[in-house]
Design a protein around this ligand. Structure first.
Ligand SMILES: Nc1ncnc2c1ncn2[C@@H]1O[C@H](COP(=O)(O)OP(=O)(O)O)[C@@H](O)[C@H]1O
Ligand SMILES: [Mg+2]
Length: 269
């Protein structure tokens, strides 16, 4: 399946991107009294794949929403190519897409119409041009046979691929993924990993992936960060995850279950 994906990339006519750099500077964000991000800073280079890991509730999705301009920081700034992500210039001229965790597909629309919606709403071409672009994006992810199906008829892995192909019709220069392999079996997860890496290689799209998936981080990241208590407790190459010296990092990446814990004894009479 993937050979086809890789080989077809050059001929389909998606633009090779002018990759953008992201610089998050001293970002803080609270909800009521909950300090989610505390003076958080990170630079992601043009064309890089950065994987952000961290426990549930640590603020990973909140961070992605700031990067794409859906959330206002309490203080600090997100810069895209040196300009505020919330500025008109960036909003109008930089193409960004977020692949939401649950896909956020419209269940009442076919796969084709889910992809066409953005292009039609923004009048980005004639109906024939939109059709060509949608079919290109679906073909890239080996989904051409799913065009007429509804989301409810698709497997979990296919839904994730549809969500990615929907982001692709925007020809993004910055592509953010929120937990792209959650709830997937290992084969489907590996396929998504390969898609993310191939899209970066072919289109040089700057890529930030939020994930719990250690295999994904190990296989496709240029760098990995771990978010805990509002800030990065670790940043480095995938290799640096192998023998972490910080106990918080090793407890997160390689959790141990103590079967001698009295809690477990109670389960077994
Ligand atoms: N709009 C919001 N209003 C109030 N609390 C929020 C909001 N968005 C996120 N939170 C809280 O911020 C924390 C981080 O959330 P989130 O970024 O979704 O975590 P995760 O790392 O699992 O993606 C959680 O405690 C969540 O309940
Ligand atoms: Mg989340």
């Amino acid at each position: 399946m993937f050979t086809q994906f890789s080989n077809s990339g050059e001929s389909v006519g998606f633009r090779e991107n002018k990759a953008v750099g992201v610089s998050i500077e001293h970002l803080s964000k609270s909800f009521n009294k909950l300090n989610v991000l505390k003076d958080f800073s990170l630079k992601v280079a043009p064309g890089e794949i950065f994987v952000l890991m961290g426990p549930s509730g640590s603020g990973k999705s909140v961070l992605l929403r700031h990067i794409i301009g859906l959330e206002m920081p309490d203080s600090g700034v997100v810069l895209i190519n040196g300009k505020d992500a919330l500025s008109e210039d960036i909003r109008e001229h930089v193409r960004m897409a977020l692949v939401f965790q649950a896909g956020a597909l419209f269940n009442s629309l076919t796969v084709f119409d889910n992809l066409a919606l953005y292009l039609r709403e923004h009048r980005l071409g004639t109906e024939k041009q939109i059709k060509d672009k949608v079919m290109q994006a679906l073909t890239l992810l080996s989904l051409e046979d799913a065009a007429k199906k509804y989301p409810s008829e698709l497997s979990g892995g296919m839904k994730k691929r549809v969500a990615i192909s929907r982001a692709l019709v925007m020809e993004p220069q910055l592509l953010l993924y929120d937990e792209p392999t959650s709830e997937l079996d290992p084969v489907s997860s590996a396929m998504i990993d390969e898609i993310i890496a191939t899209l970066r290689d072919q289109y040089r799209v700057t890529t930030i992936v939020v994930s719990h998936d250690r295999d994904l981080a190990m296989s496709i990241a240029d760098r990995v960060g771990i978010l805990m208590n509002g800030n990065l407790i670790h940043i480095g190459t995938p290799e640096s995850l192998k023998n972490p010296t910080d106990k918080r990092v090793s407890d997160f990446l390689y959790p141990k279950v103590d079967l001698n814990n009295p809690r477990f004894k109670k389960i077994i009479p």
